[in-house]
Design a protein around this ligand. Structure first.
Ligand code: FAD
Length: 384
């Protein structure tokens, strides 16, 4: 029975430091302007890719760093500490990785994974959501029909990170009424970008619709077996939720650090405001929340690395961390008082980003629904 260790390996520390330095040097200085314009800065993806931050989770055999879920979570936290919106775009490069590794053929892996790991960066996406099907993934209506040696896809995916901008997208549609996954590439006939959203938070992360207007793709773009799409989607969420949780930890930690520094400096009634329990207890609660959210995140990621079912743990982590980020950023704004709602300080942006984190990759309510289902059915963590 292995023990429990919270001591990172040398490789983990090195990657964590690399991500932290990148976040401090490249993300923080660009974050406010990118939030204002809603545009991802030119050249940033290539700079992230050049130091391995878009490919660390891709196996070495395909040109990546080959690290597991815990190490990925360490990186996600640091990058989102720098800026969650920019980190979301950088991290989305790896969205197709798990579906390709778990369900793709070797030929498909060799075709797309090295491209995703390319040193210039490669925007990627995964598209489940439609106007009538968000939380209810299985309710999607996009269709795929066979036409000779091709599939023809019809429908519109909305609210997609990098939707319509990505070079490679894993997309889900109903084939013979069963949800099935496909890979589409930019430039495929009948694939086009739709509306680009203007959002409350994570503004610099591109969110847009992807229109499949008689999109004709060769038969070798089928990912997994016909009708296996829902399984591929759930497997994706099991692997992505701990990373979104890590992102929420990064946002909450940033807000805690900023609010604490401010409270030590800012004086009211002749004393630093941190000397007032009404302020310091908010910070204490925030510190507890950050640490607890991080531990749940590591626990879920460690289960993935051990090859165990991490569905329940991932939902614990994602719900807790996103809700914690919302609470911590709200309290951070309060601690800064009037300055908290001004754009001179980043805490109002972090509050808006935290709100979005409670919605993406399954809302906080859906995470509770997942947890309730496990509880109803009985559960223990076991190898797959
Ligand atoms: C910035 C951003 C990026 C995104 N990126 C992607 C992406 O890359 N790919 C992709 O496919 N999708 C993406 N999405 C879509 C996202 O996954 C959905 O918005 C999310 O799952 C919620 O779906 P919905 O918006 O349709 O809300 P709905 O499903 O309509 O939910 C509305 C409300 O009802 C609640 N609700 C719904 N069902 C239940 C239930 N059974 N029990 C309790 N409450 C319930 C929800 O929690 C929510 O509060 C993104 C969304 C955003 C905002």
């Amino acid at each position: 029975m292995p023990g429990i260790s919270f001591t990172p390996t040398e490789e983990q520390v090195a990657l964590q430091q690399l991500a932290h330095e990148f976040a401090e040097r490249e993300l923080r200085p660009l974050a406010a302007e990118a939030d204002r314009t809603g545009a991802f800065p030119d050249g940033l993806l290539a700079r992230a890719a050049a130091v391995g931050l878009t490919s660390y989770a891709i196996p070495e055999a395909y040109g990546g760093g080959g690290v597991g879920a815990v190490t990925s979570a360490l990186v996600s936290e640091e990058l989102s500490w720098g800026d969650a919106a920019l980190a979301a775009t950088i991290g989305a490069t790896m969205f197709p990785v798990r579906p390709l590794l778990a369900f793709g053929t070797e030929e498909q892996r060799r075709r797309w994974l090295p491209r995703l790991a390319s040193p210039g960066g490669c925007l990627a996406a995964i598209a489940f959501t439609e106007a009538e099907a968000g939380s209810d993934v299985a309710g999607m209506r996009a269709t795929a029909v066979r036409d000779g040696d091709a599939f023809v896809l019809e429908g519109e995916k909305m609210y997609i990170t990098n939707g319509g901008a990505a070079e490679i997208t894993v997309v889900f549609a109903r084939l013979d009424d069963a949800v099935t996954a496909f890979v589409i590439e930019a430039g495929d006939p009948g694939v086009r970008a739709g509306r680009v959203e203007d959002k409350l938070g994570l503004r610099a992360s591109h969110t847009g619709s992807l229109v499949l207007d008689g999109a004709r793709i060769p038969a070798d773009r089928l990912l997994g077996a016909e009708g296996e799409g829902f399984l591929i989607a759930m497997d994706f969420f099991e692997h992505s939720r701990p990373q979104v949780a890590a992102s929420a930890v990064g946002v909450a930690r940033a807000a805690l650090e900023h609010a604490t520094a401010y409270a030590r400096e800012r004086e009211a009634f002749g004393r630093p405001i941190i000397s007032r329990q009404g302020v310091s207890f908010k910070l204490a609660d925030a510190a507890i929340a950050v640490e607890a959210a991080r531990l749940l995140t590591w626990r879920a990621a460690a289960a993935l690395d051990a090859g165990h079912d991490a569905g329940l743990l991932g939902s614990y982590a994602k719900a807790f961390a996103a809700d914690a980020a919302m609470r911590v950023t709200t309290d951070a704004v309060q601690v800064l008082g009037g300055a908290g709602v001004m754009r001179d300080h980043p805490v109002e942006r972090w509050l808006r980003d935290a709100k979005v984190l409670q919605i993406v990759e399954g809302t906080s309510e859906i995470q509770r629904q997942v947890i309730a289902t496990y509880l109803t059915q009985g559960w223990d963590e076991r190898p797959r």
